[in-house]
Design a protein around this ligand. Structure first.
Ligand SMILES: *[C@@H]1O[C@H](CO)[C@@H](O)[C@H](O)[C@H]1NC(C)=O
Ligand SMILES: *[C@@H]1O[C@H](CO)[C@@H](O)[C@H](O)[C@H]1NC(C)=O
Ligand SMILES: *[C@@H]1O[C@H](CO)[C@@H](O)[C@H](O)[C@H]1NC(C)=O
Length: 611
């Protein structure tokens, strides 16, 4: 699925703790090292001037905020067009739990160095503050949202340098990404028990983070605030909104400040297991991916309130019960779907070994996790099985590739498990791939590989083959130093896009968010539910059905919306503040696959303009 259902081996997080003196001293040293001259003025002087300008606005930036300024990024240089900040906010003192964030202020906010002279009354020119959350659970909003979807930069091939994202959302909002819950990315806790987590603590920690963030950046206290995200953030976003609404109601009594929440937007959001799972099966059928019999068999036998069609299903020699029949029909569906990219059904899969490797890794992890559910007590045993499963599936998949036969069923299964690590790829590498494709076509030497991925007829904008460049970049020690990540507390794990070291509540994964929507519909929030219409994981069919189930009054009927002179998708507005919009030709990660359409959608929503 778009998230992990199986519990993982809980890694015992023996935090190697190394105090490096005061964080500030370390940062000052880091700043001194940035000494290459730019425009005749030594960089450290420019940075000092910038800090000075920010320090002159203590009502907007606390000292702690100044500590978080990122004036310079390796592989990019000095960050001039906007203020970039990154650091940790403690969300639980006692447990020692801290969430890592990156903030890219809106570009045409007055640059720090220019000071505030000439600025009209505070707030008038201020763009909204937007939080973005990736899902998983366990996937990082840095690797996803910040580096590959809507942030100001994209990593370039090799993961050592950055290029500008022309569709960055900080053109129209100050954008905040947090790695949530603890143990995702650079976020951590000093209490290993915190690796067991569910929706309630994830939301409570995010709210606590926001309170700490607003204290650090008082300039955003009255700024209109919105939450956004995709996939499993279909749970994170409305849950956090509900927590904030409750917190604001209780603010007078608790003495906590109010958070100026105005609304939220969620893309391809996992919302209601029964509706979304059935929606997936119906989508596969209506998009000619599975047979009539298999779709009907799944519909007739599966109880989708407790399992997804893309979960691993055991095989049965003689299926008798409905649950067993459900398993068999789901397995049949995997075979029928073939080796397609379920996150974007018209994109190709990769035949390159490294792409395969990533899938096999993800597969072996999920297999190990599945094993582990039955043997939760024997951790060592589960780990051995995980290693065995990895070795077995790697052998099988490699053999399938080498033999040039049709993809082995391992490969089919790997599709859904790719959900544990997103099939990410990035624009720069995508261009490289397109060039390769064109070159190959020109040489008339395109030979369909064993899995048939020649690129013919594929979505031209999607590169399924690249390595995770964000991962390479974020693991560079100089990048971590620049971002103030992993400095005073040294984390004993590598940064990965999706962590395997949290155990997320299965009950929460399967819980319906519709009661939360019912509550939020009376809270006066503005809500945008959007859906990339070529996603086969949390497809538009299920999303339309649960939106319809809310029985809202239609304010403005279904119509096309345009971007760049083309239909960008379709939109319906409802009276209670909710808008539903599709994004034409977008897969599961809408801002990655259709960046211009996604930016237009988000901008018009935040500006309160019709699409
Ligand atoms: C975790 O423990 C280390 C070492 O005691 C400490 O430096 C750090 O501040 C703690 N983290 C949090 C968030 O309290
Ligand atoms: C489906 O599963 C849920 C959760 O286990 C259960 O409560 C429900 O009764 C089941 N529905 C059917 C039709 O079996
Ligand atoms: C933190 O730093 C240590 C030591 O440099 C490194 O081994 C580890 O991979 C880093 N962890 C993360 C999450 O970046």
């Amino acid at each position: 699925m778009a998230f992990r259902l199986s519990a993982s081996t809980m890694f015992l997080l023996a935090l190697g703790l190394l105090a490096l003196g005061s964080a500030r001293a370390a940062r000052l040293n880091a700043l001194k090292d940035v000494s290459q001259p730019q425009g005749g003025v030594p960089a450290h002087k420019q940075i000092a001037a910038r800090l000075e300008a920010l320090r002159a606005r203590p009502d907007e930036y606390s000292e702690a905020a100044l500590d978080d300024l990122v004036p310079h990024l390796p592989g990019w240089g000095s960050v001039d067009d906007f203020n970039l900040f990154a650091g940790y906010v403690t969300v639980d003192e006692e447990a020692g739990r801290a969430l890592f964030y990156v903030l890219a202020e809106a570009v045409d906010e007055p640059p720090a160095a220019a000071g505030r002279a000439g600025r009209e009354g505070a707030g008038a020119a201020t763009k909204p503050l937007l939080l973005w959350l990736n899902g998983g659970p366990g996937c990082s909003s840095l690797g996803g949202g910040f580096m590959t979807e809507l942030g100001p930069f994209y990593p370039q091939p090799g993961g050592r340098s950055l290029e500008a994202n022309p569709h960055a959302w900080n053109a129209f909002a100050s954008v905040l990404w947090i790695e949530s819950p603890a143990f995702v990315g650079f976020s951590y806790s000093n209490s290993s028990a915190d690796a067991i987590v569910g929706d309630a603590r994830t939301a409570a920690d995010s709210r606590q983070f926001l309170l700490g963030f607003l204290e650090r950046f008082p300039r955003f206290r009255d700024t209109p605030f919105y939450i956004s995200g995709e996939s499993y953030a279909g749970h994170y976003v409305p849950n956090l909104a509900a927590d904030i609404v409750d917190g604001n109601k209780a603010a007078a009594a608790t003495g906590e400040p109010r958070i100026n929440l105005q609304g939220f937007l969620v893309g391809n959001p996992w919302t209601d297991a029964a509706i979304d799972n059935l929606g997936a099966v119906d989508y596969w059928w209506s998009h000619a991916l599975v047979s009539d019999q298999t779709a009907q068999g799944i519909r007739a036998n599966c109880n989708f309130t407790r399992i997804g069609p893309l979960d691993p299903h055991p095989a049965h020699a003689n299926a008798e019960t409905r649950d067993e029949l459900c398993d068999d029909f789901c397995n049949k569906a995997f075979d029928e779907l073939g080796n397609i990219n379920i996150y974007e059904i018209y994109a190709d899969m990769c035949t390159e070994p490294r792409g395969l490797r990533r899938q096999v890794e993800a597969l072996s992890w999920a297999l190990g996790g599945g094993e582990q559910e039955q043997h939760q007590q024997e951790e060592g045993g589960a780990r051995r099985r995980l290693a065995n499963a990895a070795a077995l599936s790697a052998t099988a998949a490699t053999a399938a590739l080498r033999n040039g036969g049709s993809a082995a069923s391992n490969m089919h299964t790997a599709i859904h498990i790719a959900g544990t690590s997103k099939p990410l790829s990035y624009r720069a590498a995508r261009r490289r791939w397109q060039q390769q494709q064109q070159q190959q076509a020109a040489e008339a030497a395109v030979s369909a590989g064993p899995l048939g991925a020649s690129g013919d007829g594929a979505d031209p904008g999607y590169d399924p083959c690249v390595d995770d460049e964000a991962e390479a970049y974020l693991n560079l020690p100089e990048v971590q130093a620049a971002l103030h990540a992993n400095q005073t507390v040294k984390l004993p794990w590598r940064w990965t896009d999706c962590t395997r070291s949290i155990v997320y509540s299965r009950e929460d994964l399967l819980a319906s968010m519709l009661p939360t929507y019912q509550k939020l519909l009376t809270a006066g929030l503005r809500m945008l539910v959007f859906s990339g219409d070529v996603d086969g994981i949390v497809p538009v069919v299920g999303t339309r059905r649960w939106v319809a189930s809310l029985r809202l009054k239609e304010k403005s009927p279904w119509r096309p919306w345009t971007a760049g002179g083309q239909v960008g998708g379709y939109v319906v507005e409802y009276a209670q503040g909710l808008t539903f919009a599709t994004v034409r030709g977008a897969g599961h990660m809408v801002p990655y696959v259709q960046p211009a359409r996604a930016a237009k959608l988000a901008r018009s929503f935040l500006e309160g303009k019709p699409l």
